[in-house]
Design a protein around this ligand. Structure first.
Ligand code: AMP
Length: 281
């Protein structure tokens, strides 16, 4: 495995691989790798000749009051895991490498970035699409692997790739969960022991909601209010949002029809967790 820090060096390696006719799969991350990232890397390895992993805690997708400073950074452990998962190139640029002095260019997807996480985290998706756009231009992968856990991010990046004619296939991989159902996330480690116990209510309430939809309850308001009271009863979680949305456009829905996503964001202390489930009505 090659650990590469400069854009120039990775571009050289990519050019070589391309001219040898290799297919390239790409998994962008912010590191502190866990089994969720691992599942993306495994699929990437099964489906491509060359596996590229990036680790970059992107300052542009964090708000001024957010956790950029304390976000876990552990390159050595990540390197070990990446090797085990047969990553060929681990790209670990610095912020200066990605955004040299004088940097002025941003990618912005409209409308669908102004709701849900976009509303609570202004500028977040602009940072995400800008960095993913840059990484796609640098790595030039055939396939990009994203996780369903960050559903709005996956939908926004898919929209960007389509709208800007990036020549890449976007594949969205299922959410990997802890034994009690909590979606794996690098941010779970911020939780206290009691918050961690309470946090399992998120997926439980989503699963109950799916059962309710299957049983014929198609009113978004009714489904949302059940989830809300389930979470509120479970302990200290403070709800940021719970919505039923169209799975592609993220438009909020009043009635659950066809393929719908139920999405939520809940605060436990200073930690904001997100999760979602897909339902069919
Ligand atoms: P992050 O490092 O949190 O920015 O995540 C990097 C990629 O891994 C994103 O595409 C995430 O959606 C994906 N990912 C994170 N957690 C999980 C999980 N629990 N299951 C599946 N994919 C995940």
């Amino acid at each position: 495995m090659r650990v590469v820090r400069s854009v120039r060096s990775i571009q050289q390696l990519i050019r070589k691989a391309k001219s040898a006719g290799k297919t390239i799969g790409f998994v962008p991350t912010m590191g502190a790798l866990h089994d969720g990232h691992r599942s993306l890397l495994r699929r990437c390895h099964r489906e491509n000749d060359l596996v590229v992993l990036s680790i970059f805690v992107n300052p542009k997708q964090f708000g001024p009051e957010e956790d950029f400073g304390k976000y876990p950074r552990r390159e050595q452990a990540d390197k070990k895991l990446a090797k085990k998962e047969k990553v060929d190139i681990m790209f670990v640029p610095t912020a200066e490498e990605m955004y040299p002095e004088g940097y002025l260019t941003y990618i912005e997807v409209e409308r669908m970035t102004h709701v849900l996480c976009g509303k609570s985290r202004p500028g977040h998706f602009r940072g995400v699409t800008t960095v993913v756009g840059k990484l796609l231009n640098i790595v030039m992968p055939d396939v990009l692997y994203l996780g369903q856990k960050d559903a709005q991010q996956a939908a926004v990046v898919t929209r960007m790739a389509r709208d800007l004619n990036f020549s890449v296939i976007v594949k969205i991989c299922p959410t990997v969960r802890e034994a009690d159902g909590l979606a794996m996330s690098s941010r779970n480690e911020y939780l206290t022991v009691s918050q961690r116990k309470e946090a399992k209510v998120l997926y439980r309430s989503l699963r109950e909601a799916r059962q309710n939809v299957t049983a014929g309850n198609h009113s978004a308001m009714a489904i949302i209010s059940k989830i809300r009271s389930r979470i509120t009863r479970a302990g200290s979680g403070r709800i940021d949002y719970i919505e039923c949305v169209d799975a592609d456009t993220f438009t909020p829905l009043k009635r659950i029809q066809g393929k719908t996503m139920i999405v939520l964001a809940v605060w436990f202390g200073k930690t904001r967790l997100i999760d979602n489930i897909i339902v069919h009505a």
